[in-house]
Design a protein around this ligand. Structure first.
Ligand code: NDP
Length: 446
């Protein structure tokens, strides 16, 4: 390891003990940025990277609520307000039992770079709770969301901090959170994104992350004179990002062979077409069932407890969670001919898996670039809320497409190596950093 990176990381680890995911995310960025900062000393003297790695504010709170049996339950709520140099804090809320401070700090840190890449004026934040919506009734989810927002509402606002969804937080949860905010504050404002269409939401917001990851893959392939047409793909997850990845991929002439959930994955060699995807959407979004039922319904293979990386594919779209592709998975993917990885999830590849991709010179789009479409359309939702004027589906989709092309170009500009290979990791890290860092320099030591 570069001794400067090592020294920087030893300070981060000492200051933020037991936050493995945060260390991982900062380390990846530091490896790209420290050589860049050495060449650009203005950032070094102002200690910009050290400041970016320290949240502006961390809010941690108790969330008490009453379950259907009349018992008191207690969860922990968080909001990490990471960086506001280029706009209000912006980033999703995650409700999942694995949520802790380190995971949310890694997500908030990534969000700062991602939001900058979109070219929209958004700072970075993230939040959530260790609450598990799985197996809870609608009433329980509502009571939890109301209690969560009763505290959170004093820290957020349309010009301060604008949360959105993430794992475990979809349209239902955003509705309950928004309702409680409005009731307490007596304000109808764009304080959350991912809202329903009838009450301030944007067309294409649910689709945006998945669509964006597919547009990004297409851009990467186009740069090598190729396209998604006729390509077969392994997709993980079966939630919001995975569903719309499969939808757009199919529309663009590709074929998704797999989807998964935390219990296992299905492999459908015929491909998950529009009709089968509609069935999955009903299964996951309404019945809230398990992906295993797909294998029973359509008579294909189901791999209990497995992720889909053993399947032969041209493209992989990890769209479930962090660290879901390990070194051995990366090696298997490449051995089986996979040439493109476009990350819908945040940090789904471990550092040694990323090393395998870069060594193999495949097209690797890291999450902070490839999945930025979600927050980009959240930014467009904020614009529409400010104008009090909704845009058409075509307008939003075309803006999303343009933003993904621009992010790709930024990665090419900052990540091209002398032999022409594009290191999208460096491209996204440096491209995302420059705008935030310059704003921080202009605003003084704050
Ligand atoms: P959802 O909650 O809609 O879906 C998550 C999916 O991933 C489910 O299929 C879930 O299975 C699976 N999953 C979750 N945790 C694990 C785990 N530990 N192991 C295996 N599978 C798991 O979330 P999203 O689709 O919104 O988010 C997916 C990823 O995309 C996350 O990394 C998120 O941070 C990222 N992302 C999301 C954005 C958005 O706009 N929603 C924007 C940018 C990134 P199960 O149901 O069994 O838990």
């Amino acid at each position: 390891m570069d001794p400067k990176v090592e020294k920087f990381m030893s300070r981060i680890k000492a200051k933020n003990p037991a936050e493995a995911e945060f260390h991982q995310a900062v380390h990846e960025v530091a490896e790209s940025l420290i050589p860049f900062i050495e060449e650009n000393p203005r950032y070094k003297h102002a200690r910009v990277l050290e400041r970016i790695a320290e949240p502006e504010r961390v809010i941690l709170f108790r969330v008490p609520w009453i379950n259907d049996k009349g018992e008191v339950e207690i969860n922990r709520g968080y909001r990490i307000e990471m960086n506001s140099a280029i706009g209000p804090y912006k980033g999703g809320l995650r409700f999942h039992p694995t949520v802790n401070l380190g995971i949310l700090k890694f997500l908030a840190f990534e969000q700062v770079f991602k939001n900058s890449l979109t070219t929209l004026p958004m700072g970075g934040g993230k939040g959530g709770s260790d609450f598990d919506p799985k197996g809870k009734s609608d009433n329980e989810v509502m009571r939890f969301c109301q209690s969560f927002m009763t505290e959170l509402c004093r820290h957020i606002g349309p010009d301060t901090d604008v949360p959105a969804g993430d794992i475990g937080v979809g349209g239902r949860e955003i509705g309950y959170l928004f309702g409680q905010y409005k009731r307490i504050k007596n304000e109808f404002t764009g304080v959350l994104t991912g809202k329903g269409l009838q009450w301030g939401g944007s067309l294409i917001r649910p689709e945006a992350t998945g669509y964006g990851a597919v547009y990004f893959a297409e851009e990467m392939l186009n740069s090598r004179g190729d396209s998604l047409k006729g390509k077969v793909a392994a997709v993980s997850g079966s939630g919001n990002v995975a569903q719309f990845t499969v939808q757009k991929l199919t529309e663009m002439g590709g074929k998704a062979l797999t989807m998964s959930d935390s219990a296992g994955c299905i492999y459908d060699p015929e491909g998950i077409d529009a009709e089968k995807l509609a069935w999955i959407m009903e299964l996951k979004n309404i019945r809230r069932g398990r992906i295993k039922e797909y294998a029973e319904k359509f008579g294909c293979e189901y791999f209990e407890g497995k992720r889909p990386w053993h399947v032969k594919c041209d493209v992989a779209f990890p769209s479930a969670t962090e660290n879901e592709i390990r070194k051995e998975d990366a090696e298997t993917l490449i051995k089986n001919g996979c040439k493109v990885i476009s990350e819908g999830a945040n940090m789904p590849s471990t550092p040694d898996a990323i090393e395998v991709y870069l060594r193999s010179r495949i097209l690797y789009g890291p999450g902070k670039a490839a999945n930025a479409g979600g927050v980009a359309v959240s930014g467009l939702e904020m614009t529409q809320n400010s104008m009090r004027l909704p845009w058409s589906r075509e307008e939003v989709d075309s803006r999303l497409h343009t933003i993904m092309k621009n992010i790709h170009q930024t990665c090419v500009d900052y990540g091209s190596e002398t032999d022409g290979y594009v290191n999208y990791v460096n491209g996204a890290n440096i491209g995302g950093f420059v705008k935030v860092a310059d704003a921080m320099l202009a605003q003084g030591v704050v």
